[in-house]
Design a binder for this molecule. Structure first.
Ligand SMILES: Cc1ncc(COP(=O)(O)O)c(C=O)c1O
Length: 441
């Protein structure tokens, strides 16, 4: 509507509660938001509108200045006050398109959220809030609460063969890698070798912390240590279960990696993200346990419980400093309580059985297929005979979300998909696999 066509008295009905100037401001705001008053339309001079509405001029000037302050009107001395459609009324492009979520989400990343131990976690939170000394409610210790640090050191020694008394608490592996990269930079180490393929989120985190990334190829034995560029002194690896290929770092490569670290006076960043889940034999111990002075060990509850908890840890050789605030103390204490009482171990035992059964069902449902990396973790790799990007697209049309292995590579390679089954409902496995087989043609 343009200004000259407007019957202001009809348009601006001063209904509702509040003083008149507020009611007028509300009516004008609504007319602008609804697009009844278009961008650029001049509103009447205050004296004229006051006469039309039968109110004082003060009421109108108050309403106008309120809307100028809010950005709905633009006023310049000597010219008319005009409507300004607020740009943020248009949703950002990325949000404008509403896509319905896929029916079957096999993108890797999540554990089984349906089986998050809600009751046990709630009991742990309640228990620590009821019993923690009031001193625990003061300023949090920057490296984490001593109780959780102690408890996790014991857990990592017992379950992961780690060799540490000094565990620092952070919000996850990503946070830990970010912090360590900052420390590395402060110590003059500016390049980080990473596994290719690898988890891009950590590459980006390292880059955001100021490191340059050098992707190094991975084969069936894990990282090709001979591919680490000369001059590099830090490398990020997933030895227990390479992400995403699923390879386990072979004993020979482990030895090569440690020799490399000693030769260059370097540091190995060991991402131990899902090592608790190994199905066909016992999990391999950490590299950190063999060379604690050369390795920084990272872990989190993102794969064992839920990434929403934001709890992780770093075991770093003592000469390296990491000072940043740890996650909320009640959450740290709840995790300590859960681990100390055996609830964490019980949860992991049950989860391991569940994931193994689901993996077996998925492998069977995929039919005769070339699969690798299925011995551990919450994902496997399905090798294809045709373009993976096309299969990914066709699968999505059928309601199945999967990841293209190329999404984790520095450069495109042999066609394959990464299928995460951690959060796939048991009763969806066969249907998701059938739809995927159809998409893969
Ligand atoms: C390779 C890898 N590392 C680490 C993590 C966990 O990261 P965070 O603890 O930051 O959630 C994941 C989770 O998906 C992962 O895939």
């Amino acid at each position: 509507m343009t200004g000259s066509q407007t019957n202001w008295g009809v348009l601006l009905e001063l209904t509702g509660p509040g003083p008149r100037h507020e009611r007028l401001a509300r009516a004008l705001r609504k007319a602008i938001r609804d697009g009844v008053l278009e961008d650029g339309v001049a509103v009447p001079p205050s004296r004229q509108l006051a006469a039309d509405l039968g109110c004082s001029r003060w009421v109108v000037t108050q309403a106008y200045s309120q809307l100028v302050a809010e950005g709905y009107l633009a006023g310049r001395t000597g010219s008319a006050t005009r409507v300004r459609q607020i740009a943020s009324e248009t949703p950002p492009k990325a949000l404008a398109k509403k896509e319905s979520p896929p029916r079957y989400d096999l993108a890797p990343g999540l554990p089984d959220l349906r089986h998050f131990p809600r009751q046990q976690w709630a009991d742990a939170v309640r228990g620590v809030l009821a019993t923690a000394p009031h001193t625990d409610l003061g300023l949090p210790a920057p490296h984490g609460h001593p109780r959780l640090r102690r408890t996790l050191a014991g857990y990592l020694r017992r379950v992961r063969g780690a060799e540490t008394d000094d565990v620092r608490i952070c919000t996850g592996v990503t946070d830990g890698v970010t912090r360590v990269c900052r420390t590395l930079r402060q110590n003059g180490i500016t390049r980080l070798a990473v596994e290719d393929p690898g988890w891009r989120r950590l590459w980006r985190a390292a880059e955001a912390a100021g490191m340059a990334i050098d992707p190094v190829p991975v084969d069936n034995h894990g990282i090709r240590v001979d591919g680490i560029p000369a001059g590099t002194r830090a490398v990020l690896v997933t030895p227990a279960h390479q992400f995403p290929t699923g390879a386990v770092l072979s004993p020979l490569r482990r030895a090569e990696l440690l020799t490399w670290a000693n030769d260059v006076d370097g540091l190995i960043l060991e991402d131990d993200y899902d090592a608790e889940f190994r199905y066909d034999r016992r999990p391999v111990g950490t590299v950190q346990g063999v060379a604690p002075a050369r390795v920084v060990l990272f872990g989190s509850v993102s794969k064992t419980l839920s990434p929403a908890l934001g709890l992780g840890w770093v075991a770093i050789p003592p000469q390296w400093t990491l000072t940043e605030p740890a996650p909320p103390v009640p959450d740290q204490l709840a995790l300590a309580h859960f681990v100390e009482g055996g609830g964490y171990d019980r949860h992991l035992r049950a989860a391991r059985l569940r994931y193994r059964a689901r993996r077996d069902r998925l492998v069977e449902a995929l039919g005769p297929a070339r699969i690798s990396g299925a011995a551990a973790g919450l994902h496997l790799v399905l090798h294809l005979d045709r373009d993976a990007a096309e299969v990914t697209k066709e699968a999505l049309i059928k309601g199945v979300k999967v990841a293209d292995l190329d999404d984790y590579r520095g450069a495109p390679g042999a066609p394959a998909l990464v299928l995460g089954y951690g959060n796939l409902a048991d009763n969806a496995v066969e249907t998701a696999a059938r739809l995927l087989r159809e998409a893969a043609g």
